[in-house]
Design a binder for this molecule. Structure first.
Ligand code: AMP
Length: 925
């Protein structure tokens, strides 16, 4: 859109001139340097903002150096003011000065000293300012001159957006960036044609304030019958199929199947072949088996055993089973009928997996035919003829029927006497009974048998208090009948009572505990008191050597823990000066501590508010019991406690700069990389000490690091796990308990596995906070999305100007497998090495600015030295002026090859980024 200006009753003039390349331009000029009290306003036409919320204003102007104008002392100025005013409609000229909102006072980086405004020696300045968030439909820009000599050459107004892209098979539309520098706009993606959203994983991306897409989560996948090709889904070819969207590729049709259409999710079976209902589309089509082979039989009176071998053709399946069809046939005329339910089959009649069966309870002197059929999962689908093997058999005399009524006559410790009734159908003279028995709970049932000529028997040599199973069958000339039902009888108990007693035992032994993924040997003592069955909490003593952290919760009396680890101070030694913060249990104050015979020192004093409960007192002092065990320059030092007076106090060394996150935000961009790495090194050393002592912090984050006046960082905020509950960052997760999700390792979120290795993960996030000067990890993404993104392998990108080596270390801390993460000891080593070799901390772009002084050197380095003269002729004599060039500027030098334009622009952008970093400004040009 063209921006025109209205001269508001002022000294601004609209003048036609030539730019550095003699191209005609229109400028607005004012130069009332002789007169005092100038107030000249120039306003743009109304600019509709469209969807934009954050607007960039790029001004190009020249400004004359007051020193070069004789006789203007006092009245001449070298700045002008930029304002804006938001409105929903055009309001004509009726805006009062007071209604404008000031954006900034604009000064020139380069003023010029000689010649008049038309001359080529004037230096063009470019300044960019950002306005927003804007809420009305449009706005005006206004320029207030207060007595400078200015020519406004161009005003460019633009906003940034993320351009439409396809990612993970989802289309994301053009999206205008959010209103704040740190806000991400969450955008839902739409699946491309023939794709669908993965279950519970809809595609999302985030548009950053810089117009870059960040953090893709979720995805679309090609539907069944389609596969991914580039950013689209294409149908599977003929003879191929894809049965589910979960499959990646189309597959060739399995054996005995085909299809002749594109985009199929399955293949059809050839004639005579089938797919069982439970067969997935990926298996071959199959057919029923052929008949069983080599059928043999054996008759024992009224019992027939059949045996066969598997069919020659299983039909391509491995679920072949057998079924028996039994028919009884009359002699004259020969007619056959199904055998009915009186016949028994062992193990069963159908669904046989072994190649044998025993058929019992057949009638004596009868004719039978038996068919053995092989079936598989597709037999019932096939209409082809059944294939089976068959035999015809005649039975002889029947055996006696079952002995079913058994009575326990006498049960002793070592013997049982049983009696029974003769079977209902003896089918002859019973000459003997067989009693079979075994121990009920014995795994490999070993049978014993006893024979009896009468209907009673005593079984001896049994074990006392043991359950036995008995079964009885009768014997005639036709053979044995079948065994009757199982009867359970338990022998009597042994008469002598057993004596049990409890002993007082003490058990000591070695055990292993998992620290930082390493297994370390610990010596464990566990004492069991027999009377109360009270198990004293485990006390772990690291063995041998290093001091080990002792969980104060293991003390029955918390007061004892406090006094074991913290010095009791006399309240008269403490002078409270002022309140510096609010702690969870009461105010945090600063003051002084003067111990007898020592210099007084600055201290922070945490107080316990009045009206506390006993539990609050215990939790409050717990921090002191933990802190008092530590002695390291990077761990906040406990001076002592006051528990015998009121208020109850914890006295800690004073950390002048407060917590690290707020400190970094306050000093955004003000430290060198070496200073930041120095802070990180200190924190890592503190954590190495704590992990060596076996202490797992669980809430390591910049907000829980304190900074003193020498920029020394110290780990603080100690407590038991429940103290995390008071961290405002902690939220409830599905695994129970509150967790500061953005700082916490996956395994700790998922199954509360907190170790020094999960502290290393948090340390990586802390590194990211430090290198981005207190930016919120994962910006304004929701906790749910953070968890999802991390599970999908997303990791935070390098903060602006973060050396790649440091980002790599962060990524190492965020390894999924905790055993792959570095130990704190290694982290300290790596950071020390970086500090010793600052070259390793240079950002890749750092090299340009450091290596070159002259424009010609720079052009040589990027092999564009042929343009040295063009740059010089156009007045680009310093790298600073080059860094401000736009693509139009580069083109106006007569550089027409697109490849060269790109090369030069990309190098300029790199240079610019580095200058911004060095000057510590956050403005993007
Ligand atoms: P805390 O209860 O430990 O979170 O402390 C609350 C606030 O008090 C912190 O955010 C700090 O700003 C401040 N504070 C705590 N301890 C100290 C200390 N040792 N030196 C200076 N300020 C402290």
């Amino acid at each position: 859109m063209m921006i025109n200006c209205i001269l508001l009753f002022s000294q601004w003039e609209e003048i036609s001139g030539l730019d550095e390349n003699y191209t005609p331009i229109r400028t607005y000029q004012v130069c009332q340097v002789m007169e005092p009290n100038q107030n000249n306003w120039l306003r743009t036409n109304w600019i509709e903002k469209g969807d934009a919320q954050r607007i960039f204003v790029e001004l190009k102007f020249t400004l004359r150096d007051c020193n070069s104008l004789p006789g203007v002392v006092g009245s001449c100025k070298e700045t002008f003011n930029l304002y804006y005013q938001e409105t929903d409609v055009e309001v004509g000229r009726n805006i009062r000065e007071s209604q404008y909102v000031k954006i900034d006072t604009i000064a020139a980086d380069e003023s010029f000293t000689q010649g008049d405004l038309g001359e080529r020696k004037m230096k063009l300045n470019t300044e960019v300012r950002i306005i927003g968030p804007l809420s009305r439909r449009g706005f005006y820009l206004a320029f207030q001159d207060v007595g400078a000599c200015i020519a406004l050459v161009s005003v460019k107004v633009y906003y940034k957006k993320c351009w439409s892209i396809i990612e993970n098979l989802a289309t994301f539309p053009d999206t205008v960036t959010g209103s704040e520098f740190s806000s991400l706009v969450e955008v839902e993606g739409t699946c491309v044609n023939d794709a669908e959203e993965e279950a519970d994983n809809s595609p999302k991306m985030h548009c950053s304030a810089e117009g870059e897409w960040l953090v893709p989560i979720g995805k679309c996948i090609c539907k069944a019958g389609f596969h991914q090709k580039g950013d689209a889904c294409e149908p599977c070819g003929r003879g191929f199929y894809k049965s589910s969207s979960q499959d990646l590729q189309c597959s060739r049709c399995p054996a005995h199947s085909y299809n002749d259409r594109e985009g199929s999710w399955r293949c059809d079976c050839e004639d005579g072949y089938y797919r069982a209902l439970s067969d997935p589309p990926s298996v071959a089509c199959t057919r029923p088996p052929s008949a069983p082979q080599n059928l043999l039989y054996n008759i024992n009176h009224t019992t027939v055993s059949l045996e066969w071998t598997p069919p020659a053709d299983t039909g391509g399946r491995n679920d072949v089973m057998y079924r028996i069809i039994c028919r009884r046939c009359t002699w004259e005329p020969e007619e056959c009928f199904p055998c009915g339910s009186n016949v028994g089959y062992l193990p069963q009649q159908s669904g046989l997996t072994d190649t044998y069966v025993t058929i019992t309870d057949l009638l004596a002197h009868a004719n039978y035919t038996f068919e053995v059929e092989a079936v598989n999962g597709v037999s019932d689908l096939s209409r082809t003829q059944r294939l089976f093997a068959a035999v015809s058999i005649a039975t002889s005399q029947a055996a006696p029927s079952q002995v079913s009524e058994v009575i326990k006559e006498r049960v002793q410790q070592h013997s049982i006497q049983l009696s029974w009734q003769e079977p209902e159908q003896p089918n002859g003279v019973i000459t003997e009974y067989e009693i079979k028995y075994y121990e009920k709970d014995q795994k490999n049932r070993i049978y014993s048998t006893v024979k009896s000529k009468s209907t009673s028997a005593t079984v001896n040599n049994l074990k006392p208090s043991t359950a036995y199973i008995f079964q009885i069958r009768a014997f005639t000339a036709a053979g044995y009948g079948t065994f009757g039902p199982r009867v359970e009888v338990t022998t009597k108990e042994e008469s002598t009572g057993s004596v049990s007693f409890c002993s007082l035992c003490r058990h000591c032994g070695y055990s292993k505990a998992d620290q930082e993924g390493d297994e370390e040997l610990y010596f464990q003592c566990e004492c069991q008191l027999s009377s109360a069955h009270y198990t004293h909490a485990h006390q772990w003593f690291k063995f041998p050597g290093t001091k080990t952290y002792i969980d104060p919760e293991t003390y029955e009396d918390p007061n004892r823990a406090v006094h074991q680890f913290a010095k009791e101070l006399d309240a008269s030694c403490i002078k409270i000066e002022r309140v510096i913060g609010a702690g969870e249990f009461g105010e945090v104050c600063s003051g002084r501590l003067k111990l007898p015979g020592k210099r007084d020192v600055s201290v922070a004093i945490k107080t316990l508010k009045v009206g506390y409960t006993e539990k609050q007192r215990r939790d409050f002092l717990c921090e002191a019991s933990i802190m008092g065990q530590f002695d390291h320059p990077n761990v906040v030092h406990l001076e002592g406690v006051v528990t015998r007076g009121k208020p109850v106090m914890i006295v800690i060394e004073y950390m002048e700069n407060g917590s690290l996150d707020a400190f970094l935000r306050k000093h955004d961009g003000q430290f060198t990389v070496i200073q930041l790495v120095g802070m990180l090194r200190g924190i890592a050393a503190g954590m190495r000490y704590l992990s060596d002592m076996g202490y797992v912090h669980r809430d390591l984050a910049a907000r829980n690091i304190l900074v003193n006046s020498n920029l020394v960082c110290k780990v603080s905020d100690f407590g038991l796990s429940r103290v995390i509950d008071d961290d405002p960052e902690a939220v409830y997760t599905t695994t129970g308990g509150k967790i500061p999700v953005r700082w916490t390792a996956m395994e700790a979120i998922q199954y509360r596995k907190f170790t020094s290795a999960s502290d290393v993960w948090s340390y990586g996030i802390l590194m990211w906070e430090v290198m981005s000067y207190g930016e919120r990890p994962y910006w304004d993404m929701s906790n749910q999305d953070v968890i999802k993104a991390i599970e999908e392998g997303y990791r935070l990108p390098a903060p602006m100007d973060c050396p790649p080596g440091l980002h790599q270390l962060m990524l190492d801390c965020w390894q999924k497998d905790r055993a792959d993460r570095p130990k704190f000891d290694q982290i300290v080593g790596i950071l020390d090495k970086m500090i010793r070799n600052p070259n390793t901390l240079k950002t890749p772009m750092g090299t340009y600015f450091n290596s070159f002084r002259l424009v010609s050197e720079w052009l040589e380095a990027i092999k564009m030295e042929r343009y040295v003269d063009s740059f010089t002729a156009a007045g680009y004599s310093s790298l600073e002026s080059v860094a401000r060039m736009t693509i139009e500027d580069v083109m106006s030098l007569g550089i027409s090859l697109v490849g060269h334009q790109k090369k030069i622009m990309s190098s300029i952008q790199t240079m610019r980024a580095q200058m911004l970093h060095l000057h510590g400004t956050g403005v993007q040009v």
